[in-house]
Design a protein around this ligand. Sequence first.
Ligand code: PEP
Length: 249
Amino acid sequence: MRQKIVAGNWKMNLDLDEGKELLINILDTDLNNDVLAIVAPPYIHLNSFKRILSHTNIGLAAQNCHHQDSGAYTGEISVKMLKSVGVEYVILGHSERREYFQEDSLAISFKVNTVVQNGLRPIYCCGETLIERQDGEHFKTIAKQIKQGLFNLNEMELLNCIIAYEPIWAIGTGETASPAQAQEIHAFIRKTIAQQYGDLVANNISILYGGSVKPANAQELFNCPDIDGGLIGGAALDAKSFATLTHSF
Ligand code: PEP
């Protein structure tokens, strides 16, 4: 059975007081208990957020990590460190990391491996640019990102991953992929996984959609057969919207 998930990527937003206020507002809402809700605040909030979330079902994610356990990597945070403060998920391969920090799928695959080996769950993002879609290259791009980033994992390890399809042209732009466009790619990702790992693995991985998801458009996306929820940016910064999204299945 695939998990239904709504994960909020807070990106580089909200200082500690603002972040705690949003978290407490989220805790005050009526979240759907059948859906796994995850928050991914900035690194600096993780330790105190874990304490606030300790008696709740809300998952805690980091937005990045380094692939080494320790060493001379000034400014970096290891998976071991994340684990030590109770982080359970790590967003990897977000298009903003790929674009602004030159992370390619190979570099991201090292992080995926370290996250999995430490018993945490990657939320692995993939997605095409507008030009790639206009050129009809989007299937090729997605297949390459999935294969390079994830296909050195074994079956059990892959089953621990969550995948997020996020067309770059839809992130933070107000543009959303139509349900048909999103469903087509989600089915393609599942088929790509099935070819390598078999149907059982492919059918048990949660694949989230991300890109300007909000309460007004979530239901039609989340009701597609291969869409298991969303990775949410802007709308996750509002407690009521975030809660509504958990009820949009
Ligand atoms: C994201 O950054 O992962 C995202 C989907 O952002 P938004 O919902 O704001 O488009």
